[in-house]
Ligand binder design. Structure first.
Ligand code: GLC
Length: 753
């Protein structure tokens, strides 16, 4: 009998072993695979790998996951970034190039107020992600633009969470329609670049919920990002990456997020197992000592195997969705030509016409242009750091204007070329990398140029990026040279009855109040991607009517922004052993960021949130608001009352009744944009707002509440230009403790099928 059972047992083991040998990952056997994996293999799966140290990678991509070959689990490729796929364009021994399209930066996309356009841009970037063999795009960046000085504002969408969430969702749906993933980032409160790996962001629960988390919540509700990226910083004393409250309680239990959380590219932390316990499924970029830390702490009982299994399961659920797992044969030939045309058009729709005296624009009867400003000849397509893209080319403004048939003054062109060559050569000799200063063109030369050219264009450029914040002097503010040049150009050209157009080429806002009256027209071009010069020319010449509007306030002075008093402006004073605004940053302004502050406290601004001019005009009429079982629907008729085609972005604000909780005088709750309206044409825009959308976060009771009473619904052309109003009477108190928020939103069909 014994022999028989030994034989049967042996046969079983051989069978099981050979079965295990043939066991490979499938979408429907993940639980089985998790059981089969050893602890070492599980730790390996939870820790990524630098691209260069990985068998899988695509040259230049940000990193990969690790695979387990014996069970058919591939490593997959993670690549930046929000403005386009960031990979190496040249590969040793390979004659093909691997450039990716440089699209407009995040803030430029948001200023289109056109989620459909943003989804189309996402589709294109997703196609390039797929065809270049990558699986997850580490985008969009969507942190709140708390101050004008954050180095990564260019990558983010807005000072407002509704704009941020809706734009992020559109972007995610676009990218993921290609069967590749995204990573909404950086969750959460990555509000400064100074000391970003260590800084402790001290934020009230209300500001956290209503401002810094709300965008992520909306994005998850309206799209379904494959991954969320947990940020570097601390939040109220705890690393975000080690916060179960943030990564499990809020993200998964409350918002029902069922995707994967990966860390931002941190390796310096002392321990790693706690970050797995807190809710990260992938430690990126990843180092082998992190695998050891996980294994050792499971063996010590500090990290349960159940948690490890749960994290591994979510990781595998993502892996089985990837093109690499599905064996997709990527072409390395995305449609760059079509995407170049798309970025050219898309970036014009995010440009903002700030001034246009006597209809200077679109240009009429202009043939010769005196083109000033170093940036005119070296246009800034995007920001720096992981958000930059290795683009095939950048069309600068000189080229864009020439392509449009304008004649650019040759002498000035030469002057700027010599100026740049000199700086390049000087840097070569000195080994330094001195930034090119603005060329000081003499007043005499400017006067001569005014006599021989029809128009002056002066580009003011600013660059910023990951790892450093902006300064107030000579960055947020004009430099002395720029101011003097602008004065001389305006004096000389205006003396001859000729016009001056200023182009702002930057990734965030700057000081404008002290000089915006000087030129005849002012266009914010942002960092518009590789076709920038052509896009600006399309707007200046009226091929595209500008329809962009601000998603961030232009303050009069940087110090007018309350948060700037608690922001690293290069001071970083030490209080005890912790440096204020460097080791910790106090969000003393609470929810009063951007227009919430300026509008509520009646502070003047240079240009308000939601502001933007057009070449035509629009009238708003017939505001209608109808109560529904869960909030209200609203509509407004928009008519083109001008002489040229145009599009209009309408913002829906709500002024809440007094409820014992201090509230901003109005808050953006929705927005919509018309299609192109011909002169005289109208379009009715529709909105729906849930009771939950109207809620404020009551810290004392730790719940969302929508008070009963009269809510004024305001249809705005900007936050300071309310064109029509209506009323919604909320008859029943809403509280998130007694109402299932997610069910309410599902009823609104917020969740994509
Ligand atoms: C960076 C950035 C993040 C990027 C990652 C990979 O530090 O913070 O946005 O996706 O590393 O490059």
């Amino acid at each position: 009998m014994k022999m028989k059972s030994i034989v049967i047992g042996t046969l079983f083991l051989i069978g099981a072993n050979s079965y295990a040998q043939h066991l490979t990952l499938k979408a429907d056997n993940i639980d089985r695979i998790v059981k089969e994996l050893t602890l070492e293999e599980k730790a390996r799966l939870l820790v990524g790998r630098e691209n260069s140290k990985s068998k899988t990678g695509v040259p230049g991509a940000a990193g990969t996951t690790q695979g387990v070959e014996r069970l058919g689990i591939p490593g997959v490729v993670l690549t930046d970034g929000p403005a386009g796929v960031r990979i190496s364009p040249i590969r040793k021994g390979d004659s093909q190039t691997y450039y990716a399209t440089g699209f407009p930066v995040g803030t430029a996309l948001a200023c289109t107020w056109n989620p459909e356009l943003v989804e189309n841009v996402g589709k294109a970037i997703g196609e390039e992600t797929l065809e270049y063999g990558c699986d997850v795009l580490l985008a969009p960046g969507m942190n709140i633009q708390r101050t004008p000085l954050c180095g990564r504002n260019f990558e983010y969408f807005s000072e407002d969470p509704v704009v941020s969430g809706i734009m992020a969702a559109a972007y995610v749906n676009g990218v993921q329609s290609n069967g590749v993933g995204t990573s909404i980032k950086h969750y959460a409160v990555n509000s400064q670049e100074t000391n970003r790996i260590e800084v402790d962001e001290i934020v009230s629960q209300r500001a956290l919920r209503e401002l810094y988390l709300k965008g992520f919540e909306i994005a998850i509700r309206k799209s379904n990002p494959w991954t969320v990226m947990s940020s570097y910083n601390r939040l109220n004393g705890t690393w975000t990456q080690s916060s179960p409250e943030l990564l499990i309680t809020i993200l998964c239990d409350e918002w029902k997020y069922d995707g994967l959380v990966m860390t931002d590219w941190t390796n310096e932390r002392r321990t790693s197992y706690d970050r797995v316990a807190a809710g990260n499924e992938l430690l990126a970029p990843g180092h082998d000592w992190q695998e050891t830390d996980i294994i050792e702490n499971v063996k010590k009982g500090n990290l349960s195997m159940d948690i490890v299994d749960a994290r591994v399961k979510r990781l595998l659920e993502m892996i089985v969705k990837t093109p690499r797992f599905k064996g997709y044969k990527f072409s390395n030939k995305p449609d760059l030509e079509a995407h170049a045309a798309l970025t050219r058009q898309a970036s014009t729709e995010g440009m903002i016409l700030l001034e246009n005296k006597d209809n200077t624009l679109p240009l009429k009867g202009v043939k010769t242009v005196a083109l000033f400003g170093k940036t005119s000849y070296d246009f800034i397509a995007g920001g720096t750091g992981s958000g930059d893209v290795n683009k095939p080319y950048v069309i600068d403004l000189m080229t864009g204007l020439s392509n449009a048939g304008l004649t650019i003054n040759e002498d000035l062109k030469q002057l700027y070329r010599i100026h740049k060559d000199f700086n390049d050569k000087a840097n070569k000799v000195s080994g330094e990398r001195k930034e090119l200063t603005e060329l000081k063109v003499s007043r005499r030369s400017i006067e001569r140029l005014a006599a021989s050219n029809d128009l002056a264009i002066f580009t003011i450029g600013r660059q910023a990026g990951e790892g450093r914040d902006r300064h107030i002097d000579n960055d947020f503010n004009l430099t002395t040279d720029e101011r003097e040049m602008l004065e001389d150009i305006c004096n000389a050209f205006h003396a001859l009855g000729k016009k001056v157009v200023v182009i702002m080429n930057m990734g965030s806002v700057m000081e404008t109040a002290s000089w915006k009256e000087m030129p005849d027209a002012l266009l914010m071009a942002w960092q518009p991607g590789q076709e920038g010069g052509n896009s600006v020319a399309d707007v200046l010449l009226g091929k595209q009517t500008p329809s962009g509007k601000l998603t961030m306030t232009f303050p009069i002075m940087a110090s007018d922004v309350p948060a700037v008093n608690n922001f690293p402006t290069g001071t970083g004073s030490k209080h005890g052993d912790r440096r204020r605004n460097v080791d910790y940053t106090l969000h003393e302004e609470g929810i009063y960021v951007g227009y919430r502050y300026f509008t509520t406290f009646g502070k003047k601004v240079s240009y308000p949130f939601g502001y933007g001019l057009s070449y035509t005009t629009f009238a708003y009429s017939k505001p209608v608001v109808k109560a529904t079982a869960n909030g209200f629907t609203a509509s407004i008729v928009v008519k083109n009352t001008g002489n040229v085609d145009g599009k209009e972005a309408v913002q829906l604000y709500v002024a809440a009744p007094n409820s014992g909780l201090d509230k901003p005088v109005r808050e953006l709750k929705a927005f919509a944009k018309t299609g192109t309206l011909k002169p005289g044409e109208s379009e009715t825009l529709h909105f729906h707002i849930s009771t939950y959308d109207l809620a404020s976060f009551n810290e004392a009771e730790s719940e969302w509440q929508t008070a009963t009473g009269k809510y004024e619904v305001q249809f705005g052309a900007s936050v300071e230009d309310i064109r029509a109003t209506a009323t919604f009477n909320n008859k029943k108190m809403f509280s998130s403790k007694t109402n299932n928020v997610l069910r309410l939103n599902r009823e609104l069909k917020e969740i994509k099928p």
